[in-house]
Every structure is written in structure tokens, then in C-alpha cells.
Design a binder for this molecule. Structure first.
Ligand code: NAI
Ligand code: MG
Length: 396
């Protein structure tokens, strides 16, 4: 095996802890890599006025693969208050460095798999016929467009005149909002491009084909959001017809999907959506397989890719002397990295070790025991972050 270079981006709070444990697991599994730690997060905002320093961008430009923990973001005023005194007159405005990374490197394809671990006490169950209890196996992979749509950042309150006048040319704007004073308007746009829409759709179909999923579901709202959702669905029909005739194309609306996901989650395979609906539907499915302690993700660009758990920095837990959070989401994200760089054997080994620990049920972090997260959970029988990582290492 040739030695890889991975840029590790611990960030803030529990991101630092889960990443450290994940690297221990990767080492124990025999993955040969050099980790170069890059600066990102709140500390660099406070000290330097930039939570995503240029040197971090350069490292990712060079080495292409990033393993990211989590960062802390705070509202505008709080961010300004914590900025170093000598930077306060520089007109700096905080923005999230993970969103910055996605945009800078055009990490437009976000993949969020939600697969049930057998034996996880957090698995979704439902009542079946004759009062039986059913535990449907969920095996869904969400493809979320990661750079455009409602999170594209093109928005205004009290929009500039040019923008306002352009809106006035739309008959619906005139009828529905024409009486509202400009000062009382806030507008967030939902922009889709054919290029990015085509990329996320093809990524979803490719994945379905490669891993044998029978369907790709476009989860949007084309009956109401006719232009953007409509374009995505129309393109999906064309792409399915021309390039993937063996894979079924399904169409669900995001609202109905949130209802169906608890009625019949086992029916879905690959799901593809725009940025915000992808964010929503992936959290929905993650809830069926154990929630934030289990939800992993990949952000893929054409050159650079960054792998991260979907949870944040959970700052209140970062101060505990013994860390209590579940490292599985971060470790599973590292497995996605391994799959991406063709280290499938190591990845399978780690995934099997996680599955073995969960099914055995002897080592469970507080979330798996349905406890409230507090410093004393370890005394009460929950495994610490380190103990969970150790249990996984023991199974390797
Ligand atoms: P969060 O994901 O950090 O925590 C929410 C709650 O989920 C925690 O209080 C804890 O109960 C649980 N949780 C999270 N990770 C867990 C794990 N590994 N094991 C067990 N339980 C876990 O989200 P929150 O509290 O909304 O945000 C905290 C900070 O994180 C904020 O500053 C926010 O901006 C940031 N954030 C960063 C993200 C990123 O780096 N990608 C994503 C989401 C939030
Ligand atoms: Mg989210």
C-alpha cells in the first residue's frame, strides 16, 4: 500500500475528539497515511479574523483529501464580540468555514448514506399487523446538491432597486407582493444550474448502478416549485431514459416523503434532491438509523473531497474531562473516504468492526442508551468516546 497524505481538519469542540479517535481506528486498521493537521474554526476566527485561513485552502489544493471534524458557528453579533480587539475595526464578517470549503472547492456532490446497523437500540421500529413490532431495514443513500439552491447565499432584505424592479417584471410578484413596501421584504433565491443539477443526478444514478439499487427517487416539489424542482425532474427523466434505462426513476414531493419515510423507509434506495430538501430528507432518514451519532457524509468535488460527520461541534460536551460522544459518525465518514480513494478493503474491515460492536451491544455510548448527555453518563454505564473507539479497534 502506498502511503497517502490526508489533510485532517479537527475544527472545534467534539470535532477534535472524534477525529482523533477516528485516526486511531484508521491506524489500527492498517491504513497507511500521513495526516497533516490544518487550521480551521472558531479559534482562527477569533485570532485571525478568518476561520478558514488560506494556508488551509493551500493544503487541500495540494493533497485533495480532507477529513473534517466539526466547527462552531455563532450568530453575527456574538461572532463580532469574540473577535480579537485589534481586528474589530477591520469590517470582518464571520461565515461558516465548512460552507466556505464547499463553495471554494465546488464540493457540489454531497452523499449521505443512512443504513441500519443491526442491533442498534436506536433503530426505527413500527407496529405491523396483529400488533407485531417491525424493524424495517433502512438502506438509503441521499445525494444532496451541495452548493446551490436555497443555500446559495443570493439573498436580500430591503433589496436594491435594480433587484426590486426586476422582480416587479414578474406578474406574480406584482400581484402578491406589489403592495408591500420594499423595506419590509426579505428575499432568498433558489437558483439551480443545469451543470450542477446534471452532476448530482448522474452521481446518484452512477451510485445506484454501481451498488445495485433498483431505483433513484427525485425528492423535490415540481408541482409547486415548477422552475427549479421542475428542471431537476425533467433532467432526471432524460438522463434515466438515455443513460440508465435499467434503473427506475421515482418522483416524490419533499413533504410527502417526510411522511413516507416512517411508513415505508425500506422501499427507498438512492434519493437525490436540491440543497435544502437534501439537507432535510437526509436528517429525516438519519433519525431512523440512530441520529447524529451515526450520520456520515462525503462532500465531493471534481478535484478535492472532504469527509465529515453531519453533526456539529456540540460545544457543551467538548468541556467534559472524559468525552462521551459517539465517534461512529466520524469513523463511518472516514470509511467513505477510504471507499473514495479505493481503499475498499480497509473500509470494509472497519465497517464490519463497527457492525460487530453494535450487534454485540456491550459497548454503547450515551445516545445509544437513550440517556441525556451529561458528564456522569460514563459512571452510569455508558461507554466514553475512547471506549467506543477501543471496542471497534478490538474487533478489527
Ligand atoms: P450539534 O450537532 O453540535 O449537536 C446537537 C446535539 O446532538 C448535541 O447536543 C448532542 O446531544 C447530539 N450529538 C451531536 N453529535 C453527537 C455525537 N457524535 N454523539 C452523540 N450525540 C451527538 O448541533 P448544534 O448543537 O445545533 O450546534 C453546535 C455547534 O455546531 C454550532 O456552533 C453549530 O453552528 C455547529 N455545527 C457545525 C456543523 C459542522 O461543522 N458541519 C454542523 C452542524 C452544526
Ligand atoms: Mg443539516
Amino acid at each position: 500500500m502506498t502511503k497517502r497524505t490526508i489533510v485532517s481538519l479537527p475544527g472545534d469542540g467534539i470535532g477534535r475528539v472524534v477525529l482523533e479517535e477516528t485516526i486511531r481506528v484508521l491506524n489500527a486498521a492498517g491504513f497507511e497515511a500521513e495526516y497533516i493537521e490544518a487550521d480551521i474554526g472558531w479559534e482562527y476566527w477569533k485570532k485571525e479574523g478568518n476561520p478558514l485561513p488560506d494556508r488551509t485552502i493551500k493544503l487541500l489544493e495540494k493533497h485533495k483529501i480532507g477529513l473534517f471534524g466539526a466547527i462552531t458557528s455563532k450568530p453575527k453579533d456574538a461572532a463580532f464580540d469574540e473577535l480579537s480587539e485589534d481586528l474589530k475595526d477591520k469590517g470582518l464578517v464571520y461565515s461558516s468555514p465548512i460552507v466556505g470549503l464547499r463553495q471554494h472547492f465546488n464540493l457540489d456532490v454531497c452523499i449521505r448514506p443512512c443504513e441500519t446497523y443491526t442491533g442498534n437500540p436506536l433503530n426505527f421500529i413500527r407496529r405491523g399487523a396483529e400488533e407485531s413490532i417491525e424493524e424495517p431495514k433502512v438502506d438509503v443513500v441521499i445525494f444532496r446538491q451541495n452548493t446551490e439552491g436555497l443555500y446559495g447565499g443570493v439573498e436580500w432584505s430591503d433589496p436594491p432597486n435594480d433587484v426590486y424592479n426586476a422582480f416587479l417584471t414578474h406578474p406574480k410578484f406584482k400581484t402578491n407582493f406589489g403592495d408591500t413596501p420594499k423595506k419590509e421584504l426579505s428575499v432568498s433565491t433558489r437558483i439551480f444550474t443545469k451543470k450542477a443539477t446534471g452532476r448530482i443526478l448522474r452521481a446518484a444514478f452512477d451510485y445506484a448502478k454501481m451498488y445495485g439499487y433498483k431505483s433513484v427517487t427525485v425528492c423535490e416539489k415540481p408541482n409547486v416549485i415548477r422552475e427549479t424542482s421542475g428542471m431537476m425532474y425533467k433532467m432526471a427523466q432524460q438522463i434515466q431514459n438515455d443513460e440508465y434505462p435499467d434503473i427506475e426513476l421515482w418522483n416524490t414531493n419533499i413533504d410527502a416523503q417526510m411522511m413516507w419515510l416512517t411508513k415505508n423507509p425500506e422501499n427507498y434506495g438512492v434519493i437525490v434532491a436540491g440543497n435544502m430538501f437534501g439537507d432535510i430528507v437526509s436528517d429525516g432518514f438519519a433519525g431512523l438509523i440512530g441520529g447524529l451519532g451515526f450520520a456520515c457524509s462525503a462532500n465531493l468535488g471534481e478535484e478535492v473531497s472532504v469527509f465529515e460527520p453531519t453533526h456539529g461541534s456540540a460545544p457543551k460536551y467538548a468541556e467534559y474531562e472524559t468525552s462521551i460522544v459517539n465517534p461512529i459518525a466520524m469513523i463511518a465518514s472516514a470509511c467513505m473516504m477510504l471507499d473514495h480513494i479505493d481503499e475498499k478493503e480497509v473500509s470494509e474491515k472497519i465497517k464490519k468492526a463497527i457492525a460487530d460492536v453494535v450487534i454485540e451491544g456491550k459497548t454503547r455510548t450515551y445516545d445509544m442508551m437513550k440517556m441525556t448527555g451529561r458528564a456522569d453518563v460514563v459512571e452510569k454505564g455508558a461507554a466514553s468516546t475512547r471506549e467506543m473507539a477501543d471496542a471497534i479497534i478490538n474487533k478489527l
